[in-house]
Design a protein around this ligand. Structure first.
Ligand SMILES: *Cc1c(COP(=O)(O)O)cnc(C)c1O
Length: 372
C-alpha cells in the first residue's frame, strides 16, 4: 500500500534521539530550548513554545489570547476538528466560515458575514499547506480590533508574499504529527512575536506554574506558584531532539513535495474530470497534502484503495459533525462551498519519500478511474 503521507526518519535523527536518552534530561531540558530556537529562527518569529501536540498548541493559543465563555472565534469549516475544538476547550463558541471553492482556504467574505460583537478572533487554516490571504484577513481583524490566529499545522515552511508562515498572524501553531512536514511523533508549537502571548502559552503548558523544574534547579529553590489553570502539555527532550534534526531537512523535503505536486499537475493537465486545487499568486506551498477534486469521489476512493493507493479525504466539514450539530445547532447549508468540496475532494499520496515512479502510478491509476 502506498500511504497518503509518511514520515522520513534517518540515522541522524536516530543518533540525535539516542544522545538525549543517554543525557541527564529526558524532558524540559536543553533539547526543548534548542528545538524552540530552531523553529523560531527558521520562521523568523520572536518566540516559540513547544507543546505535546498541534491540538495542545491550538488550546494554548486560545488560552493565551484569552478566549472564554461568551466569546466567538471564526474558523473555517474545511479543517480538522481540533481547530474548532480548541475554542470549545476554553468555553468559547466556534463560528464556521465557508471557504473559497478554488483553494479551500477561508473565504474573507464569509469571515465578514460571520462577525458579531462577540467575535474575538479569526483562525486562518493553511489548508493542504497553502497560506491563506493573510493581508486581507489582517485588514478585517484590524478594522474590528480582533485577533488573527493561524492554524499552520499544514504549512510549516510555506511562504506568503516573501514572509514565512509563523510570522503572518498574532500567533500561529504547528503540528509535528508523522504525516506533517516534520515530526516529533506527537508534538506541536506556538510561535508569536508577542511577549505576553508567548509567556501565557509557556505557563499553560506547565500547569499554570510560573517556573519549570530546570529553572528551579538553576535557582536552587523548591518554591513555585501556580497562577493560572494549565495542563501538562510539555514536549519531551527526546521528541525535541528528533524535531531539531528533522528541521535541518525541511527545506529539501518541501522542494521534493513541490516537485511531486508539479508531476501530478502535469499528469492531470487536460484531464477534465480531475481538478487540482488552485494556488494563489505570491504563495509558496508546503504541500502537506495534494488534493484533487473528482466526480463520484466515493467510487474513485474505493477504486484507488483497491489498487493499493492510500488516498484519503480531508475533511468532513466540521459543522457537519454530530457533536457540533447537537451542541451548536450547525447544519447542512451553512457552508455550501465546504459542503460541496467535501463530496469531491481526494488527497493523493504526498511525502518526500514518494518516488517519481509511484507518482506516475498514482496519476495513471486516477486518470484511468475517473470518467469525466
Ligand atoms: C494535524 C492537525 C491538527 C492537530 O494536530 P495534532 O498534532 O494531531 O494534535 C490541527 N489542525 C490541523 C489543520 C491539522 O492538520
Amino acid at each position: 500500500m502506498i500511504p497518503y503521507g509518511r514520515q522520513n526518519v534517518d540515522d541522524d535523527d536516530i543518533r540525535a534521539v539516542v544522545e538525549v536518552l543517554r543525557s541527564a534530561w529526558l524532558t524540559t531540558g536543553p533539547a526543548v530550548d534548542a528545538f524552540e530556537d530552531g523553529v523560531r529562527e527558521y520562521v523568523g518569529a520572536k518566540h516559540a513554545v513547544a507543546v505535546s501536540s498541534g491540538t495542545a498548541a491550538l488550546h494554548a493559543m486560545m488560552f493565551a489570547v484569552g478566549i472564554g465563555p461568551g466569546d466567538e472565534v471564526i474558523v473555517p469549516s474545511m479543517t480538522f476538528a481540533a481547530t474548532a475544538n480548541a475554542v470549545v476547550f476554553q468555553g468559547g463558541t466556534p463560528v464556521f466560515a465557508d471557504v473559497d471553492p478554488n483553494t479551500l482556504l477561508i473565504d474573507p467574505a464569509s469571515v465578514e458575514q460571520n462577525l458579531t460583537s462577540r467575535t474575538k478572533a479569526v483562525v486562518a487554516v493553511d489548508y493542504a499547506g497553502q497560506p491563506c490571504d493573510y493581508d486581507v484577513l489582517r485588514r478585517i481583524c484590524e478594522r474590528h480590533k480582533i485577533r488573527l490566529l493561524a492554524d499552520a499545522c499544514h504549512s510549516l515552511g510555506a511562504i506568503y508574499n516573501g514572509k514565512r508562515v509563523g510570522t503572518l498572524a498574532d500567533a500561529s501553531v504547528f503540528s509535528f504529527h508523522p504525516v506533517k512536514t516534520i515530526t516529533t511523533g506527537e508534538g506541536g508549537m506556538v510561535v508569536t512575536d508577542c511577549d505576553d502571548l508567548a509567556a501565557r502559552a509557556r505557563l499553560f503548558r506547565n500547569h499554570g506554574i510560573t517556573t519549570d523544574q530546570r529553572q528551579r534547579a538553576n535557582l536552587g529553590t523548591w518554591h513555585y506558584e501556580m497562577v493560572e489553570l494549565g495542563y501538562n502539555y510539555r514536549l519531551t527532550d527526546i521528541q525535541c531532539a528528533l524535531g531539531l534534526s528533522q528541521l535541518t531537512k525541511l527545506d529539501g523535503w518541501i522542494s521534493r513535495r513541490q516537485e511531486i505536486a508539479s508531476l501530478y499537475r502535469k499528469a492531470f493537465l487536460g484531464k477534465s474530470g480531475i481538478r487540482a486545487l488552485g494556488i494563489a499568486p505570491g504563495a509558496s506551498h508546503a504541500y502537506h497534502l495534494f488534493v484533487v477534486r473528482v466526480p463520484q469521489r466515493d467510487a474513485a476512493f474505493k477504486a484507488m484503495r483497491d489498487k493499493g493507493i492510500g488516498v484519503n479525504v480531508h475533511y468532513v466539514p466540521v459543522h457537519l459533525h454530530p457533536y457540533y450539530r447537537g451542541r451548536y445547532g450547525t447544519e447542512m447549508g451553512m457552508c455550501p462551498m465546504a459542503e460541496s468540496a467535501y463530496l469531491s475532494v481526494l488527497s493523493l499520496p504526498m511525502y518526500p519519500g514518494l518516488s517519481d515512479e509511484d507518482v506516475r502510478f498514482v496519476a495513471q491509476s486516477l486518470t484511468g478511474i475517473v470518467i469525466p
